[in-house]
Design a binder for this molecule. Structure first.
Ligand code: NDP
Length: 251
């Protein structure tokens, strides 16, 4: 595959499903070599085979990115395998129900570990390689990272607000070293995100929300990611909201 990203190497977390998987496919179609990171090794192997069958280059690297050492190793392995890194996409993420009174602190922590800390771990590991020749870090947040809606998704919104603040401080830290930092904030996108929600009622509510008629498809968000990293180095899309057109009046 050759295209605007030919010669670049990208690492995508959350590449076994949804937005991360579509981002990996789109980056490969644009010519990038892609390192695929998530926990489900079988899915990553299937995707790597698909990308390679299409003429691309892919590395499947199973890792739990909430584990600081494992996240860092996954990045180092990709750099070692491909000889560098140009683009990091942090798409691994999850949601869980969480009230405050009688809230499950384990659930809150887990959401923060994945939606916030994992992005920190991979970014920290990637920065030295991204500095050599310029690079991109794309963090996938949510419209829930702009406005917390209701009591149900407290940990999700809080973790995404934290990710936005991290994105901005990281951008201030590394922009002049040649690294663009971008946060993408999607609305409802038809993925598997609902499947891991423990509460039956909220899982069904979320499934209906992300699979509703007119919801975005993961490839729509992937196209925005490729767009952001394909612009000339002088342009930094630092924050990009992308919503289904049907959501004109709601988040
Ligand atoms: P999916 O559930 O389809 O994908 C989540 C991905 O994260 C999977 O690849 C999963 O892989 C990976 N993941 C989960 N836990 C870990 C872990 N501990 N270590 C490594 N990888 C992990 O959801 P989406 O594609 O929808 O979510 C992607 C991002 O998009 C998230 O940040 C989400 O918040 C955001 N988003 C989604 C929206 C939507 O409507 N779908 C709207 C707004 C934002 P595995 O299980 O194999 O580890």
């Amino acid at each position: 595959m050759s295209g605007i990203l030919t010669g670049k190497t990208a690492l995508v977390t959350g590449a076994s499903s949804g937005i991360g998987r579509s981002a990996a496919v789109a980056l490969a179609e644009a010519g990038a070599r892609v390192a695929l990171v998530a926990r489900r090794a079988d899915r990553l192997a299937d995707l790597a085979a698909k990308i390679e069958a299409g003429g691309g280059q892919a590395l499947a690297r199973a890792a739990d990115v909430t584990d600081e050492a494992a996240a860092s190793r996954a990045v180092q392995d990709a750099i070692g395998h491909f000889g560098g890194l140009d683009i990091l996409v942090n798409a691994a993420g999850m949601t869980q129900v969480g009230k405050v009174e009688n809230g499950d602190t384990g659930d809150w922590r887990h959401v923060f570990e994945l939606n916030f800390w994992a992005a920190f771990y991979t970014a920290r590991a990637a920065i030295p390689a991204l500095k050599t020749g310029g690079g991109d870090i794309v963090n996938v947040s949510s419209t829930a990272g702009r406005r917390a809606v209701g009591a149900t998704f407290g940990p999700y919104a809080a973790s995404k607000f934290a990710l936005t603040a991290f994105n901005e401080s990281l951008r201030a830290e590394v922009t002049l070293a040649g690294i663009r930092v971008c946060i993408i904030e999607p609305g409802a996108t038809a993925t598997e995100i609902h499947e891991h929600i423990k509460d039956d009622r909220v899982r069904e509510f979320t499934r209906n929300h992300v699979e509703k008629e007119g919801a975005m498809q993961p490839e729509d968000v992937a196209a925005a990611i490729v767009f952001a990293v394909s612009l000339p180095p002088r342009v930094n899309i630092s924050q990009l909201v992308i919503r289904p057109s049907v959501d004109a009046r709601v988040l």
